[in-house]
Ligand binder design. Structure first.
Ligand SMILES: Nc1ncnc2c1ncn2[C@@H]1O[C@H](COP(=O)(O)OP(=O)(O)O)[C@@H](O)[C@H]1O
Ligand SMILES: [Mg+2]
Length: 300
């Protein structure tokens, strides 16, 4: 089932485990509707869903809150970013899970970011998207929707023009792959267990340095996403990691599954960037011995 070509996965999960269909249970209700993307408002679509599908009775409060937030964010993206004429919405509740899919036929999430930021590949768009605060419309948007939606889901995916990003939070793994046939536009899929104990406010709190300020100012970066195709990761890769990070106060760099980094990579982050941004806290985690050594000798 996995297509040839690019497959990037973090973590040690065997990819077979995520392509196996999950046991979903009987469908209890399903909402399936196509909308014209003209004067469409997220809250009106939410009202359609909540009105028709015995929505309130069948979900716990925390899952309902999660649904309302994530669905509105993803639908708003299709409305305001996709330039698609139509938007197809599916919401399904089965015995165990609540799922939704928002499908548009527009310009595509990865391509949109690539064009706007003059990036070289879809992978670079994913790298920036997963930092948070990546937006192509900074006047009206904050770049938080995909960041938080992808973290609160059990499983989340974005599929667009031949590429698919999948985030499996239950197994803490992430996949980015080429996939055929190529999907025109963007398809967002979201899946959460009905008995999920996640709460939105806890998630937001994890990415705030000061709980009283309610500001999204903390992020976490998987360095593994920047190490594809090279052994020694360089200064230019450090710059890719660092673009956009001045917007945060605290940055965790996760070196899980990173065998080594170059001296220049460590220097660019832990000396050059630090000197330029002395108030930003950078915390490296999950370093092996080699990485710890390289980072430890910066500036000595
Ligand atoms: N359906 C889509 N079609 C095209 N581009 C999209 C789509 N969804 C998201 N994007 C791109 O991804 C970026 C990040 O989305 P998001 O995290 O929701 O932040 P925001 O909407 O605040 O910009 C958007 O600014 C846009 O460039
Ligand atoms: Mg958005």
């Amino acid at each position: 089932m996995i297509k040839k070509g690019l497959l990037i996965k973090l973590g040690s999960t065997r990819s077979a485990s995520y392509v196996l269909p999950k046991y979903a249970g009987n469908i209890e209700w399903k909402f399936d509707r196509r909308y014209l993307n003209k004067n469409l408002a997220e809250h009106e679509v939410l009202e359609d869903i909540e009105g028709r599908a015995q929505f309130r009775q069948s979900l716990s409060e925390n899952v309902r809150n999660i649904f309302e937030y994530t669905f509105s964010e993803m639908l708003n993206n299709a409305i305001e970013h996709s330039e698609s004429e139509n938007i197809h919405v599916i919401v399904e509740k089965n015995e165990n899970n609540l799922l939704f899919q928002i499908n548009d036929f527009g310009i595509g999430v990865f391509r949109n970011i690539m064009n706007d930021r003059k990036l070289k590949s879809e992978l670079e768009a994913v790298q920036d998207l997963l930092k948070g605060k990546t937006t192509t419309q900074p006047q009206a948007h904050s770049g938080e929707g995909i960041f938080f939606t992808s973290k609160i889901a059990d499983a989340f995916s974005l599929e667009s023009f031949g590429y698919k990003l999948t985030i499996e939070n239950n197994i803490e793994d992430l996949f980015f792959e080429e996939i055929k046939p190529s999907k025109k536009g963007t398809k967002v899929s979201f899946d959460i267990a009905c008995n999920s104990e996640r709460h939105l406010n806890d998630l937001f709190a994890e990415y705030q340095t000061n709980p009283e300020e309610y500001a999204f100012d903390k992020t976490e970066i998987q360095i593994k996403l920047y190490t594809m195709g090279t052994i020694h990761i360089s200064r230019s890769q450090a710059r890719r990691v660092l673009t956009g990070l001045e917007k945060f106060k605290s940055i965790t760099l996760d070196f899980d599954n990173v065998p080594n980094v170059g001296q220049a990579f460590a220097d660019e982050i832990f000396r050059v960037f630090k000197n330029k941004n002395p108030d930003i806290q950078i915390t490296p985690i999950n370093m092996n011995k080699a990485v710890k050594f390289m980072i430890g000798r910066v500036g000595k």
